[in-house]
Ligand binder design. Sequence first.
Ligand code: SF4
Length: 325
Amino acid sequence: MLFDVDAPAKLVGIARLAASSEVLEAKQRVQYFELETRRFIGRNSNSRMRFVWTINPYRGCEFGCKYCYARYAHEFMELREPELFETKIYAKQFHAPSFRAELKRVKRGECIWIGTATDPYQPAERRFRITRRMLEVLASQRGLDFGITTKSDLVARDAELLGQISKRNAVRVNLTITTLDAALARLLEPRAPRPALRLGAVKKLTEAGVAVGVLAHPVMPLINDSEESLDSICEAAAQNGASFFSAAPLFLKPCSQQVFFPFLEQHFPHLVRRYRERYEKNAYLRGHYPEMIQVRVRKIRERHALMSREMPEWPVDEQLELFSS
Ligand code: SF4
């Protein structure tokens, strides 16, 4: 038994639903649950973001990135240890008619973004296909404005479908690639697909007629922020057909620091003091460093003739809010 069966009575809202969710499968270290869901499309309360609506088919994310900013979301379900975010994955019970009905709330011109808090193409998607089933509903629509952000080459599975949807809707897909160094990527994003696989997905999507961007977020000082590293990602993005590229510095809220600082101690001990000095009092870097990165990225983008990110201003200084069902 994963949870105390008596516990749900003491819990409310999403915490109660999570505690009473049925265990669907337990792999060696990851457990999948099915989560009863009242709504699939949440309203974005951050006015700085261009998108109005957010969709996150899963709660928790198996990729386990060391810098992940979304771990706090599991706390809503009373799952407080940071690693539970990557080992207890909740798949939202999908119901196509309800999803279709919810889409009626979206007014023309209002942008929807899939994957604002957890990856919609994480390993759970191979089994549950919730993102795929959502796209199948979206395929019957016209005039929608929506995008997807992922670190997974699994998105290429849906290239043809996304290409079809693109003919009648404004669609773009962002692949996040923080480094082309596979060994470094394995450290930073332990269970995410290798950078080369993500680039392969960029190619397949663009060949299917989908607009694709590459995001080198987050830029971590003295880890992946060199001109050479960022330039190589941008160059590879352009070579594989991406049309836009962006990168912005790491922000580290306290819940992320709980994982990131021990990670630094283990793999980059010489950086620990500097990161602690800069991030312990403020989750965001200010002043010269972000300005320097902005200039560096602009020059790199110009060099490879890519656009700046065409889509929403990503939350470099504000946490996205997750809707609670
Ligand atoms: S892919 Fe995104 S949501 Fe998943 S662990 Fe990495 S940063 Fe977090």
